[in-house]
Design a protein around this ligand. Structure first.
Ligand code: RB5
Length: 153
């Protein structure tokens, strides 16, 4: 299944670099915008990409903005999304093994291109551990997301 990729204007150049990297690695992807470096609002791209992951059109996605934070905040509002802003290979690895993150958010104003590519590589190639304690914790997030009811009053 191809990987979806999206960015705002701040993430546009890094998105293009990552696309070249994915092509060289033989990894199929679909670019969902933005398609030019003019200013756009990151939530518009984050919701577009995240909804396509949530509905099963894509299994994983990459979102790029200035810091990775806005994209991450917006994407995580979509039910079924576990988006992780990762800043090195370690956070990327644990986002997959412990949290089964389905979207990676990257900060183009924070990361160098080579580091960003390494993070992408780790995120894509690392499976979820499948360990019971991690499944249990993810289920708690999913239950909360479904009910949206204050649990700790
Ligand atoms: C755009 O200037 C910037 O705010 C955005 O790319 C992102 O960093 C937000 O979190």
């Amino acid at each position: 299944m191809p990987i979806a990729i999206g960015s705002d204007h701040a993430g546009f150049n890094l998105k293009e670099e990552i696309k070249t990297f994915l092509s060289k690695q033989g990894i199929d992807f679909e670019d969902l915008g933005t398609f030019e470096p003019n200013p756009v609002d990151y939530p518009d791209i984050a919701f577009k990409v995240a909804e396509k992951v949530a509905n099963g059109e894509f299994e994983k996605a990459i979102l790029v903005c200035g810091t990775g934070i806005g994209m991450c905040m917006a994407a995580d509002k979509v039910e079924g999304i576990r988006c992780a802003a990762c800043f090195d290979e370690t956070t990327a690895r644990f986002a997959r093994t412990h949290n089964d993150a389905n979207i990676l958010a990257l900060g183009a104003r924070i990361l160098g291109v080579e580091l960003a590519k390494n993070i992408v590589k780790v995120f894509i190639s690392t499976p979820f551990s499948g360990e019971e304690r991690h499944i249990r914790r993810i289920k708690k997030i999913e239950e909360y997301e479904k009910n949206r009811e204050a649990k700790y009053k």
